[in-house]
Write a protein that binds this ligand. Structure first.
Ligand code: GRF
Length: 232
């Protein structure tokens, strides 16, 4: 199967983009997708700089002009779109065009603590204020309502006594970096879970390699969709 062509949309520093680029590099010839475009609504987004360093096309997009975005995606023959800290609502014209082929990473266990205005530190503040025992990362399909598209995979992390928004954000970001590239690889390879999957809780005491092995194992164990044919 030929590799899928991914565009990443990001508004911020782009650490999730970096995690994806690094994971694809590690996978080498077995990667199912390549990042061919990084686009941002903000010219100064760190994500654009990371793209340039990796030799990937970087572009600023006017967030409110669906045709310009569609043209850019078409020009790069994109067939999967990944939102990684992209803070604008993607126009419905674009989400419909990429239905089932556009994912977002969100820093909570959706559907909890999602929706308009729920991004960055606000999410973690709300989680701590609610007194819940776990939070985590969610990768979900994007439709034209913020954070409401079907969930693909959730990776929980514990909320620990004494956590503040900064310590919780760090733990959740670790989960995002493990989950996001792996779900994209699974989706691109036609091995994404067919129903919402919640993985075992990330163990903060383990190192990243150990947690990555557990995530890989849990993702592989599940029933998955059929491979997408070349001409899909
Ligand atoms: C992450 O927490 C992501 O879940 C959220 O925005 C943050 C972006 O981080 N949507 P980065 O730009 O990938 O470093």
């Amino acid at each position: 199967m030929s590799r899928r062509r991914i565009a990443v949309l990001a508004s911020g520093g782009g650490s999730n983009l970096q995690a994806l680029l690094d994971h694809q590099h590690t996978l080498g010839g077995s990667r199912a997708a390549d990042v061919v475009l990084v686009a941002s609504d903000r010219a100064e987004a760190g994500a654009l700089e990371r793209a340039r360093k990796a030799g990937v096309s970087a572009a600023q997009i006017p967030a409110d002009r669906p045709r310009a975005l569609t043209r850019l995606l078409d020009a790069h023959e994109v067939d999967l779109v990944a939102l990684a800290g992209y803070l604008k609502l993607v126009p419905a014209e674009v989400t419909r065009r990429f239905a089932g082929a556009m994912v977002n990473v969100h820093p909570s266990l959706l559907p909890d603590f999602g929706g308009p205005g729920m991004y960055g530190a606000r999410v973690h503040r709300a989680v701590i204020a609610a007194g819940v025992r776990s939070s985590g990362a969610t990768v979900h399909f994007v439709d034209d309502v913020y954070d409401r598209g079907a969930v693909l995979v959730r990776l929980p992390v514990p909320v620990l006594a004494g956590d503040d928004e900064r310590t919780l954000a760090q733990r959740v970001l670790r989960a995002e970096h493990l989950l996001f590239p792996r779900v994209i690889q699974a989706l691109a390879a036609g091995r994404a879970p067919t129903t919402a999957l919640t993985l075992p809780m990330l163990d903060p005491a383990l190192n990243d390699a150990e947690n990555a092995r557990l995530v890989d194992r849990a993702l592989l164990r599940r029933p998955h969709s059929q491979a997408v044919p070349d001409d899909a």
